[in-house]
Design a protein around this ligand. Structure first.
Ligand code: MIC
Ligand code: SF4
Length: 643
């Protein structure tokens, strides 16, 4: 049978299931990655499993999120992560080495392998022909322990790229166009496989910009073929040995097909406050800009920064714009320093930042009040920048530089001739910031600072649930709404009691207090509840506050899995119209929860306040039911290990 690329990789890694769309499959994971903000929890969970060494082909622990050290917390966490990595056979990428996804692409990714990462932008690896999936830290911990990763077999969409991009149009515009067409929920339950003639014209870093932001579509992952471009990139990274060709068989079938004509694309931009709120740059030209930021795991490759440097050469940043630049990796940083491009950036008046996530996750560089900020990043959710009333726009490096020079949103085509940047024949290789695991792991002591609080435990699911609706929210609620990040809250990631005081902070600051006073309760959501990041804290902290179920119209994939992992029931309305009848403060009751779930019947929910009844569905696999009933994946894993 003719197979597409996705089927080939999944088939080679299949542990259970048969690739039937909508059915649960389990796959073997070759590589894992974690970053510090999700990593501390993942490693605490890994430690709790009592395994001596990771059982993957490769596991890497990156430090890139919590690098603004305004107190002891982050530095303590880094030290903990470094010691865990040394002890358990994990490579450690030191703070300053760059953003996990960029480095993983450069130094570790392998075509045809699987990668599971505790970060939603892990699909960046799809640019190299990997099946790279973002997940909660606990799923990654299980994979490090050699366990398979479970997912519902997605639909496979062929994204056919025709023609080639015009000057000033780049990979970012391709993914923005897709977001415009499909929206932030258009990719839920789908894997996007790229094909067609246009693919050949895109380099690996350009492909990685596209697969990276496939996360914003809600897609499980995105994948490109492994071809001559991949070979060239790996050769330039001195990793040619791991190259292998990967392409779809002639006649391979797909569940859906979308065609994009690259020749017809123009520079695009996503307006506040959603990555799918996309229009052509020329439609909003003239908007005054206060800040421009270039970096993040989406657009901070050598190609991106060289374009920026060439456009800034001999010019000055507009006096009313603050331009910040964070190279994606030490490799990129060192190369532009060495070839002089950095001098053009600095000379033009840019503020050069550390090679890390930085402003993308609100770690510094929050814009001014009512500020307009153009960023090459992937998310512009309200408040994520650290300034609630700021307007964040997402665009390519070309569009960002045009704004930095002109002081207003400007179609970059007005800048004249596009500086064609070629990727180098060889990148500068110096892995001194990557520390291999210890050769004497038994001698390594794990260092734990006071920021690391013990993991909260949850009791098994009771048979009778009652409580009140603690909060009712609308559609597309992000994990940034549920569990905000930023410079103040992110350092509390290893301390669930403390971080839980910030749950829903920007939506309803009274939430944590109310939840505690009520001894827990329920959350009502709209469509695509929990879109965005993979942070399991958006499930763990509500669990700690006693949230028993989230009832919504639909869920984003990773967040739904995280809720299950922490024993919170993800329920959907059997009849979406029942959403309208519920209000915050309504008292709800469900009886016989366990028996009903075991028998797969619909759950009858009684609205005690309104005197009405309605039904909720849950669509859980047998394994997921057991996890929920056990009170979460950790309890379930421990119980299974004991028996
Ligand atoms: C993000 O971009 O939102 C993050 C911060 O990288 C998250 C992970 C986290 O919250 O730690 C993600 O995308 O998964
Ligand atoms: Fe870091 Fe931003 Fe990428 Fe998340 S999206 S990994 S915060 S650079």
């Amino acid at each position: 049978m003719a197979l597409n690329i996705t089927q080939k990789v999944l088939k080679a890694h299949l542990v259970s299931g048969d690739l039937t769309q909508g059915k649960e499959i389990a796959i073997r994971i070759d590589q894992t990655l974690t970053q510090d903000a999700t990593g501390t929890m993942a490693y605490l969970q890994f430690e709790a499993m009592g395994i001596l060494k990771v059982r993957t082909k490769l596991s890497v622990s990156y430090v890139d999120h919590n690098t603004l050290q305004t107190g002891f917390e982050n530095a303590d966490d880094h030290r903990y992560l470094q010691s865990v990595a040394a002890k358990y056979g994990i490579y450690f990428s030191r703070p300053g080495n760059g953003i996990c996804h960029q480095i993983h692409l450069e130094r570790f990714g392998v075509p045809g392998q699987t990668l599971l990462g505790s970060d939603s932008h892990t699909p960046t690896g799809g640019g190299l022909g990997m099946i790279a999936i973002g997940a909660g830290g606990l799923d990654v911990a299980v994979a490090m322990g050699g366990g398979p990763f479970y997912l519902t077999m997605p639909n496979i969409v062929l994204m056919e790229l025709k023609g080639s991009l015009k000057p000033w149009v780049s990979g970012k515009d391709i993914i923005l166009e897709l977001l415009r067409i499909l929206s932030v929920k258009g990719g839920v339950g789908k894997i996007i496989e790229y094909g067609g003639e246009g693919v050949k014209t895109l380099t690996v870093p350009e492909r990685a910009t596209i697969t990276n932001m496939g996360a914003e579509l809600g897609a499980t992952t995105s994948i490109f073929p492994s071809d001559e471009q991949t070979k060239k990139f790996l050769k330039a990274q001195k990793r040619i040995k791991i190259w292998r060709e990967l392409s779809a068989d002639k006649g391979a079938e797909y569940d859906e097909k979308i065609t994009i004509d690259l020749d017809r694309l123009e520079p695009l931009i996503a307006k506040p406050h959603s990555p799918d709120n996309v229009c052509r740059v020329k439609e909003i030209e003239g908007t005054k800009v206060n800040q421009v930021l270039i970096g993040s795991c989406t657009n901070s490759s050598y190609r991106d920064l060289m374009i920026v440097a060439s456009l800034l050469k001999g010019k000055k940043v507009h006096p009313e714009v603050s331009l910040g630049i964070a190279p994606g990796s030490k490799q990129v940083f060192q190369m532009i320093a060495k070839n002089g491009a950095l001098a053009n950036i600095v000379g033009a008046g840019a503020r050069v930042l550390e090679s890390a996530c930085g402003p993308c996750i609100g770690m510094g560089q929050s814009p001014c009040s009512h500020g307009v900020s153009i960023r090459t990043f992937n998310r512009n959710f309200e408040g994520r920048s650290g300034t609630k009333d700021a307007s964040i726009f997402l665009a390519s490096p070309e569009v960002a530089v045009a704004a930095a020079l002109k002081g207003t949103i400007t179609d970059p085509r007005k800048l004249g001739k596009h500086p064609k940047i070629k990727d180098p024949d060889f990148f500068l290789i110096d892995d001194n910031m990557i520390i291999p695991p210890s050769k004497k792991p038994e001698k390594v002591e794990i260092v734990r600072g006071p920021n690391i609080a013990p993991l909260p435990v949850k009791e098994p699911m009771p048979d009778h649930l009652e409580g009140e609706v603690l909060l009712k929210v609308g559609d597309n609620i992000t994990t940034d709404h549920i569990m905000p990040a930023g410079a103040k809250i992110l350092p509390l990631r290893s301390n669930i009691p403390r971080i839980s005081e910030h749950v829903f902070e920007a939506v309803d600051p009274g939430f944590p207090k109310r939840a505690k006073e009520q001894g827990g309760g329920f959350i009502i959501g709209g469509d695509n509840y929990g879109q965005g990041s993979s942070r399991e804290h958006a499930a763990l902290a509500p669990m700690y506050l006693g949230v028993k179920f989230v009832l919504s119209k639909s869920f984003a994939r990773i967040h739904r899995a995280n809720l299950i992992n922490f024993g919170i029931l993800p329920l959907t309305f059997s009849n979406a119209a029942d959403y309208n009848s519920l209000d915050q403060g309504d008292k709800l009751e469900i009886r016989d929860v366990l028996t009903t779930i075991r028998e797969s019947g619909p759950l009858e929910i009684k609205n005690v306040t309104k005197g009405t009844d309605f039904q909720a569905s849950y669509d859980l696999t047998i394994r997921q039911k057991e996890i929920i009933m056990a009170g979460g994946l950790l309890n379930y894993t421990k119980r299974n290990a004991a028996s």
